[in-house]
Design a protein around this ligand. Sequence first.
Ligand code: ATP
Ligand code: MG
Length: 220
Amino acid sequence: MLELKSLKKSYHQGSQTIEIFENLNFHVGEGQRVAIMGKSGSGKSTLLSLISGIIKPDDGDISLNSVSYKDLQESELNDFRAMNIGFIFQNFHLVSYLNALENVMLPAKVCNISKPREKAIKLLESVGLGHRMEHLPSQLSGGEKQRVAIARALIHNPKIILADEPSGNLDDETGNAVMDILFELIKKNNTTLILVTHSKDVANRCEKTYELLQGSLTQC
Ligand SMILES: Nc1ncnc2c1ncn2[C@@H]1O[C@H](COP(=O)(O)OP(=O)(O)OP(=O)(O)O)[C@@H](O)[C@H]1O
Ligand SMILES: [Mg+2]
């Protein structure tokens, strides 16, 4: 369902060229859960940004559910991303002036999904935050913020979730509890998951683990 073909991506910083991918090919099947590991700076977040369409490759193409990003105009790609992709970031990226419930409702509103409030309440309850719906992000603990981020990533039933070190900021016990919730919810919906992590334990929850090294993904 996700196909990366001959991807090339470099960054340019002054006179310096930082080559991240020269010729990356990668495939992820529907409903698969895939972990990506690799050293800091190897390009894991860049890979997720390319898959999301937030940044563009220098060459090559990405397709999700047989839709090639190359065939989409900028606004079409933005809509496509909003409808099909859910994100979970390491630093949560919650909107600071919206409460937990409003944060979770955001993607549903963008995608014009019916009954966003009911869905958001149900999801917040399923991540154990039925009693924190009116809290602002600044009034939530790290694990609670991450659970809000998980609920927000799932509300519009995306085809694929991209998660960048989702438990990186949490203690082991809280991180494990948050991962239990994430994996339970995505299994229920058969959502494809691409999970960047530095933790072998978290990676072991996925069906396949790849290491990103010098621009190549190798299955571990
Ligand atoms: N916008 C940018 N401009 C220039 N260089 C960049 C840019 N974004 C990332 N880089 C560089 O590209 C490399 C890969 O960055 P990336 O964030 O993808 O790494 P990562 O594998 O996610 O690392 P980490 O595990 O530390 O999060 C890094 O060396 C980084 O400095
Ligand atoms: Mg990163």
